[in-house]
Design a binder for this molecule. Sequence first.
Ligand code: HEC
Ligand code: HEC
Ligand code: HEC
Ligand code: HEC
Length: 130
Amino acid sequence: MKPLFFMMLILALVMVMVIPGAAFSQGEQERLDTSAFEKPRRPGAIFAHDDHNEKANLEDDCAICHHVYANKQLVPDESSEEDACSDCHGLKSSLENNIPLVRAFHGRCRECHFDSGKGPVLCGQCHIKK
Ligand code: HEC
Ligand code: HEC
Ligand code: HEC
Ligand code: HEC
C-alpha cells in the first residue's frame, strides 16, 4: 500500500469512529421530556428509546411501557404509544389513576433495572447532569 493512501484510510476510520461519538457526548444524550412536571428538580433522565429497547430486548413489547387500562384493568395486547405517560398519569393521584407521574416513571424504569439487575438504579445514573 502507498503511504498516502494508508494515511487517508486511517483518517477515514478515525472520522467514522469519532464523529458519531461526538454527537452523543455527555449532555447531548437523548433525554426524556420533563415539561409535564411543574418545576423539574432534576435534569431529564437519559433514555435513548430505540437503542435502549433493542439492548434490553423490549422491541416486541411496546405495551410494557405504553400500556392500556380499562376500568383499572390492564388490557392485554393493546398499546398506547401515541399517548404521553402524562396524558393518563397526573402529578397527583386521582380516582381514575392513583399512580402519580413520578411514581409511574420510577415504577416502570427503576424497578425493572432493580429486578433484573441490569440498567441504572441510582439517581445520578439516570438524571445525569447536563
Ligand atoms: C432508571 C432511571 C431513574 C432513576 C434511577 C431515578 N430516576 Fe427520577 N425519573 C426518571 C424518569 C424517567 C423520570 C421522568 C422524566 C424525567 O423527569 O426525566 C424521573 C423523574 C423524577 C423526578 C420528577 C421530575 C423532577 O425533575 O422534579 C424527580 C424529583 C426524580 N425523578 C428524582 C429522582 C431521585 C431523587 C432518584 C434517586 C433516589 C431518582 N429520581 C432515580 C428516571 C429515574
Ligand atoms: C422501556 C419502556 C418503553 C418501551 C418498551 C417502548 N417505549 Fe416508546 N416511549 C417510552 C417513553 C418513556 C416515551 C416518552 C413518553 C413521555 O414522554 O410521556 C416513549 C415515547 C414513544 C413515542 C412518542 C415519541 C415522541 O417523540 O413523542 C412513540 C411513537 C413510541 N414511544 C413508540 C414505541 C413503540 C412502537 C414501541 C415498541 C416497539 C415502544 N415505544 C416501546 C418508553 C418505552
Ligand atoms: C392510556 C392511559 C395510560 C397511559 C398512556 C400510561 N398509563 Fe400507566 N397506568 C394507567 C392506569 C389507568 C393505571 C392504573 C392506575 C391505578 O391502579 O389507579 C396505570 C398504572 C401504571 C403503573 C403501576 C402498575 C404497573 O404497571 O406497574 C406504572 C408503573 C405505570 N402506569 C407507568 C406508566 C408509564 C411509564 C407510562 C408511559 C410510558 C404510562 N404508564 C402510560 C394508564 C396509563
Ligand atoms: C422491562 C425492563 C426495563 C424497563 C421497563 C426499562 N429498562 Fe432501562 N434497561 C433495561 C436493561 C436490561 C438495560 C441494560 C441493557 C444492556 O446494556 O444490556 C437497561 C439499561 C438502561 C440504561 C443504560 C443505558 C442503555 O441505554 O443501555 C438507561 C439510561 C436506562 N436503561 C433507562 C431507562 C429508563 C429511563 C426507563 C423508563 C422509561 C427504562 N430504562 C425502562 C431494562 C429496562
